[in-house]
Design a protein around this ligand. Sequence first.
Ligand SMILES: [Zn+2]
Length: 270
Amino acid sequence: MADQIQDSAIPERAIAKKNSTEPAPPSRVMVVHAHPDDQEFTVAGTLAKWARAGSEIISVIITSGDAGSNEKTNPTMTKEKLAPLREAEQRAANRVLGVHETIFLRYPDGELEPTLQLRRDLTRLIRKYKPDAVLSGDPTVRFYGNNYLNHPDHRAAANATLDAVFPSAGTRFIFTELLAEGLEPHNVKWVFIHGAEKPDVWIDISETIEIKIQALQQHATQIGGWDVAKEMRAWAEEEGKAHELKYAEAFRLMVLVEEKKDEQGAEAKG
Ligand SMILES: [Zn+2]
């Protein structure tokens, strides 16, 4: 019995050790978040790694973070003044990461809903830029531990993103007005979901953790008095430790289109 348990544990351990589940960098990536800074907290190490490997990255931010201020720390701030500041911070962070294009949809911060309008806007972008991979949060997670209620904007953004990926982006007769704009259906191959309760892919960010921290530090209006370097290293260490990685970001990976095999005799699905 003991032998059996040991045997069945071997393959999993071998995979974990070599991190052989880490996928190759996709050639074109779209990353979608509700607020400026969400991307830096969650997936920036992966984006920096992929950008340096040659991936083209399009960063979509649905709101401009204009609710991200509080009266006590900055009593003279207004929503109107904050939005352009936060957009500039996001652009600076994206330059640090090596992102190619930054798009703001300018929905109101703090009031985001997964509406058809938002789904259509995201579908338009997916059809226009044709990403192989989309990165987003997990819309099903309501609670993180015992001290963080997942922000409703995060859930709404993730919900609309996943619904735009499937079925809207790839289905010709959904949002037919997009056909009239010349935007043909596009099938996204992979969806990388961060913040999932049961991740199954760990990206080794040991070589890009410092870039992630530098990108996060561009969000000066948000991180006052907070040692983000220490915190980000601790988070990434926690994500990586079960897989013998110094620093990692964890994802649930959905494979929506199987890659066709080149070798003769290997049959593609379909
Ligand atoms: Zn946020």
